[in-house]
Design a protein around this ligand. Sequence first.
Ligand SMILES: [Mg+2]
Length: 226
Amino acid sequence: MLKSIIFDLDNTLVNFWQFKQESAREASAAMVAAGLPMTEQGAYNLIFKIYEQKGVEYQLVFTDMIKPFNFPKAQFEKIRDAGIVAYLRKKGQVLKPYPGIPETLAELKKSYSLAVLTDAAREQAHQRLNFTGLAEYFEQVGTFHDTNIYKPGTEPFLSICKKLNVQPSECLMVGDNPGRDMKGAQAVGMKTCLAKYDPYFESAGPHPDFSIEQPADLLEVVRRIG
Ligand SMILES: [Mg+2]
């Protein structure tokens, strides 16, 4: 019997990748306008090169970009802050739940316990859930810091079951990443549903039990599981 539905966060509930790309684009333009001696495209590429090396959640990316130029402190701060402000302004405009997510969660919450399971750091995960207004729907939030192990390791999946006080066989895992979300959930015996609606979705990994083209399709999936 299905008791709990566990959601990946980024690119499953919220449009993380779209926000990252558009915010980085704005920050690049703002830093170049403030005096960073690069092209906008060069700055944009450098942001993602740093993310590649230090992780996509790395918070000092603009500092790392400007440092090698050895600007006086005032000039350094002017460029850095131009980047930070442009990034945050764009984030405020772009980062959102996918259309249909809040309504679908509200409906599912009537019959199931809902949780988030993400590889993001605890602070970032809770910030994003609150920022997008989704925090209220979830009984439990599992982050990287609960187990210090990334998906598809089985520990995160078992840890969230323990928090929810359910067995893996009583859970449906919903995620956009076959190699992490679907693989790890299948390994512990959860049912799996692949979320394919993000424009940047790329499929590679084990075959899920279900897949959905839009969030509201999840209501039909849980009806079929029964
Ligand atoms: Mg994801």
